[in-house]
Write a protein that binds this ligand. Structure first.
Ligand SMILES: Cc1cc2nc3c(=O)[nH]c(=O)nc-3n(C[C@H](O)[C@H](O)[C@H](O)COP(=O)(O)O)c2cc1C
Length: 304
């Protein structure tokens, strides 16, 4: 019998980029139930089939194992809160999510990119999960960008592209490089800052960015966008990354607990690193969008 390290296997599976869906049905009593799922897959056009994998650990598992109908909603960019509610909240998950019922009574959530109302075609046993195959009875597709998920974090193509769009002005791309409980920081005469590169006006692709750091002896694995803001003449984009590279003369490894004690090159960088220190403790990273003074942190989660 193969006995893999479950944590390592989960991470490897989690490197596959997916969208995020919410799968719903009703209990025999009529009460709506649902869970967040990224195991959604389209299966067949003719007949129209899709599948999703409910875990046997779900409190609603019996409802999905015995239902005749269910619905799948593909979440839109910005619906992280809906995803979090249907993954974590233990109370009435539908209380805050505007919803209505499809013809078969399955709950549908408003504001999603696409929704599929299904009749159960097959329900197959598969280890600690099951495979629920549905035959699409009806669907809606309003378009727009879907919410993305990879490596235990949400991402949004729109935001990531915006982060790497050619700016009108100078564009600086910095990387917050995590290394265990430390972060690799660059010491400059004005103060500390995450290692950064100036981007050409046409912008830069993620692969090129990683290559630029590798050339400086800093091989990194890029993760999600972390902070995007503009000052009067410069657009700043910061991404998260990890690296196994040994600290060099160019970068110093600073313990996350010490980040709030450093002097930084600018106020926005200081604010960003304070948020990073806090969010590292809370194990939940958001994405800041705004200018140097005002903006919003878009919620995101990192599952451990
Ligand atoms: C992005 C994401 C994707 C998930 N995908 C699945 C999945 O495909 N199958 C599954 O059973 N649980 C999945 N989960 C976990 C469930 O959503 C979570 O365990 C469930 O909502 C817990 O419900 P319960 O409290 O009713 O047991 C996922 C969670 C997240 C955040």
């Amino acid at each position: 019998m193969t006995d893999f390290d479950h944590h390592a296997l989960r991470s490897a599976f989690g490197s596959y980029m997916t969208g995020v869906t919410v799968v719903t049905t009703r209990k025999a009593s009529g009460e709506p139930v649902g869970f967040t799922a990224n195991s959604f897959t389209s299966v067949s056009l003719d007949p129209p089939l899709l599948l999703v994998c409910p875990g046997k650990f779900l409190s609603s598992f019996e409802s999905f194992a015995t239902c005749t109908h269910f619905a799948v909603k593909v979440l839109s960019e910005g619906q992280e809160d809906v995803s979090n509610t249907f993954a974590n909240f233990k109370g009435d998950r539908f209380a805050d999510a505007a919803h209505h019922s499809d013809a078969q009574g399955s709950p549908l959530i408003d504001g999603t990119t696409a929704q599929f109302s299904c009749a159960v075609e097959r329900f197959l046993d598969a280890g600690d999960h099951s495979i629920l195959i549905g035959r699409v009875q009806s669907f809606t597709h309003v378009g727009g960008r879907g919410l993305g998920y990879v490596g235990g974090q949400y991402f949004s193509l729109g935001l990531e592209r915006a982060a790497l769009d050619p700016g009108r002005n100078a564009t600086i791309c910095g990387v917050i490089i995590r290394q265990g409980n430390h972060v690799l920081m660059e010491r400059t005469p004005k103060g500390f800052r995450p290692p950064q590169v100036s981007l050409p006006n046409r912008g830069i692709l993620r692969a090129e960015l990683a290559e630029a750091f590798a050339k400086r002896g800093l091989p990194i694995r890029l993760e999600s966008a972390y902070s995007i803001f503009e000052t009067s003449d410069t657009r700043y984009t910061y991404l998260l990354a990890t690296s196994d590279a040994a600290p060099s003369t160019a970068v110093e490894a600073v313990a996350v607990d010490h980040l709030t004690k450093l002097n930084y090159c600018s106020r926005p960088v200081s604010d960003m690193m304070a948020r990073f220190a806090l969010e590292t403790r809370e194990r939940a990273f958001g994405l800041y969008l705004g200018d140097a003074e005002r903006g919003d942190v878009h919620s995101s989660v990192e599952r451990i």
